[in-house]
Structures are given as structure tokens and as C-alpha cells.
Design a protein around this ligand. Structure first.
Ligand code: KG4
Ligand code: ZN
Length: 345
């Protein structure tokens, strides 16, 4: 048959997710269920790998059942099982891989071990008919890199962060300013009424050629700026929070936009038929960053595309989609599939 249906499973960070995606001429997300864990890690200032792994192991079965129920399908209606096999927190990845292997062994369905980054990178193909090669800027809590997607299984990395990811920087900034987690949305909200010019914040690595980025110095600068105010007036006012948030967001946006300009310049030497910049990852939800990238693309005559928010952040539909492209090519794994904490594209 021409129609393929795959169950996707994702558990590489702090979201437990399952989804069913169908591919005939185009892809259709039949269901996409995501169970977050933010509450579980709230007291610890970051994702605790051991807590994450236990929560994944506990919730995976129910998450998968829910995805099948919402898709109005049972396991016997599927053509394959795709699971994130890395990169990510090893305990979580293992929970997902073990679960997928169990389902594959029990049903005889093909097993496909998917690279989480490929999932993010191909998300625009899931919702739009984006032509290869396109340039992908992946910006999330754990990742930050430019990838040229030449095909569903052919990526070239142009550069990325050498330390923190932007989402991590947003989350740390929120903690520094006493704003709620996840930091991205709360910093963006606070920045709305802030003056981005009040604090002089660095634009790390902009003076250096290439597409590599660095965000840890920005975090240190935020800490220093906050401590300066606290020392002076024993606390932060709403206006201080707003100005610091606006300054931080402007600095991150400047870096991402300027580095995108360089990545686009390199990408355009390939003379793509339909030049396209796509973004994915949780930070792609940020309005100012989106606007900056959109303006840059308009200036350079490049199409700009961002998947819907629910598919920008961690989800299993993107994993199922990669599974579908692999299954269609007969590129499947077997029960010896192993979890890979590090797995560059
Ligand atoms: O892709 P994602 O769900 O998970 C990872 O793979 O990391 O991204 C989560 C990250 C968090 O760091 C969160 O603060 C950030 O994306 N984020 C944002 C916004 N919404 C979420 N960052 C900036 N602006 C936002 N509006
Ligand atoms: Zn991710």
C-alpha cells in the first residue's frame, strides 16, 4: 500500500511524548500527546536526569495508549514504531528505546531508531512542502545549531553554540530575575514593557567569523547587572526586571539574526531552487526572534517558515515523521538498536 502509519515515541529530555503520523502523498498528524515534567524539576533549577528517567518509564505506556486512542487506531493498524534513540539524557532515551523494542518484539512491527535532531530539522516537512535544500536554525533549551538539510537523511552542520543553548540562557535569566519557569515565555512577557538599551549587554562571538555562537557570557553579564541593582536598592523592581529582560532578549536576537545572515550567505552559495530558512525548537516561539529572522529573510529574498508552536517544542510527531521517511526507504533497525546519548547529525 502507499499509505504508511507510524507510532512515534520521544523521551530524550523532560517531555514524554507519543504520536501517530500517517504518510500517503502528504503527512497527517493523527495524534500528538505530550506529557511535560516541568513541575517535577521545579525545585532543582534544571532537569534532573534520574527523576526524568523514572517519570518517562512511568508515563510512556499511558502516553502511547492515549496517542493510539486519539488516532482511533490500535497497534495492529501500524506499519512501524519510531523512537528517539539519541541524543539526550541517557536514562530517558533508554526508557523510550526499551518500550519501543518491547512493542516491536510483541507485534513484529519494524523498529526505527530516530535522531532527535533530525526530528526537529525535518519538522517543516511535516507541515509544509518545504523543498530541499533548506537552512534550519534549531534553537531550543538543549540545542542551538545551523543545519543545511540536503535531504531527509543528509544534513550539514554550519555551526552552533559552543556552550549554552539560547533556551537554557532564557531559563537561567528568568531564575536570575526571579521570573517563573520556563524562562522563555516569562522573559518575553516581561520584556514587552522594558527598555532594551538601559543595560549594555554583550553580543558574544559576533566579532568572530563563522556561525558559532556563545551564550554563557550573556548569562554572567545578566547576573552582574542584577547584582549591581540589588546592591544599590536591595531588590529588583518590575521596571528593572522588564529592562533586564528586554536587554537580554535584544542581545540574543542580535546574535541569532547576525549569525543567521552568515549561515544564509553560505547556504545561498548552493543556489537552492527555493531558498528557505526554517526554525524549530522552543525558542522559535519567541516573537522578537521570529520577527528579526523574518526581516532578515525578506531582505535577502529567502522564504521563512516556522512550524506551529506545538511542533516546535519537543514532540513525538516529528519522530514519527522521520520514522516514516526511513520506513519508506526500507531503512529500519532491529532489536539490537542502542541508545546514544551523543549522536551528531
Ligand atoms: O524545544 P524545547 O521544548 O525543549 C528542548 O529540546 O530544549 O524548548 C524549550 C526551551 C526552554 O528553554 C524555554 O524557555 C524556551 O524553549 N522557550 C522560549 C520561549 N518559549 C519557550 N524561549 C524564548 N521565548 C519563548 N517565547
Ligand atoms: Zn528537542
Amino acid at each position: 500500500t502507499d499509505t504508511l502509519t507510524v507510532l512515534g515515541i520521544e523521551s530524550s529530555c523532560d517531555d514524554t511524548a507519543a504520536a501517530v503520523v500517517r504518510l500517503n502523498s502528504t503527512a497527517t498528524v493523527l495524534s500528538s500527546v505530550v506529557y511535560g515534567q516541568t513541575g517535577l524539576h521545579a525545585d532543582f533549577g534544571g532537569v534532573v536526569p534520574e527523576i526524568a528517567a523514572r517519570a518517562h518509564a512511568e508515563k510512556l505506556d499511558h502516553c502511547i495508549e492515549e496517542a493510539l486512542t486519539q488516532a482511533k487506531l490500535s497497534l495492529t493498524d501500524l506499519d512501524g514504531i519510531a523512537v528517539t534513540a539519541g541524543p539526550g539524557l541517557i536514562g530517558g532515551v533508554l526508557s523510550g528505546v526499551m518500550c519501543a523494542k518491547g512493542l516491536s518484539a510483541a507485534t513484529g512491527l519494524p523498529l526505527i531508531g530516530v535522531n532527535h535532531l533530525a526530528g526537529h530539522a525535518l519538522t517543516p516537512c511535516l507541515t509544509d512542502n518545504v523543498a530541499f535544500p533548506f537552512l534550519m536554525l534549531l534553537v531550543s533549551g538543549g540545542h542551538c545549531q545551523f543545519l543545511i538539510a540536503n535531504g531527509p537523511d543528509d544534513f550539514k552542520r554550519l555551526g552552533g553554540t559552543i556552550d549554552d543553548a539560547p533556551g537554557e540562557a532564557f531559563d537561567k535569566t528568568a531564575r536570575i530575575l526571579g521570573l517563573p519557569q520556563p524562562g522563555g515565555p516569562s522573559v518575553e512577557q516581561a520584556a514587552k514593557i522594558g527598555d532594551p538599551k538601559r543595560f549594555k549587554l554583550p553580543r558574544p562571538l559576533l566579532d568572530r567569523p563563522g556561525c558559532d555562537m556563545s551564550f554563557s557570557g550573556l548569562k554572567t553579564a545578566m547576573l552582574r547587572a542584577r547584582d549591581g541593582i540589588v546592591l544599590e536598592k536591595q531588590g529588583l523592581t518590575k521596571a528593572d526586571q522588564a529592562d533586564l529582560s528586554a536587554g537580554f532578549q535584544a542581545a540574543i536576537t542580535d546574535v541569532l539574526v547576525e549569525k543567521s545572515r552568515r549561515a544564509l550567505t553560505e547556504y545561498l552559495t548552493l543556489r537552492p531552487a527555493t531558498p528557505t530558512l526554517a526554525v524549530a525548537g522552543g525558542v522559535a516561539a519567541n516573537g522578537q526572534i521570529r520577527d528579526g529572522l523574518q526581516r532578515l529573510c525578506a531582505e535577502l529574498g529567502v522564504a521563512f517558515t516556522a512550524p506551529p508552536l506545538a511542533l516546535c517544542t519537543d514532540n513525538a510527531a516529528m519522530i514519527a515523521y522521520v520514522g516514516l521517511t526511513r520506513l519508506a526507504n526500507g531503512d529500519i533497525d532491529d532489536l539490537t538498536l542502542s541508545a546514544r546519548p551523543r549522536w551528531p547529525l
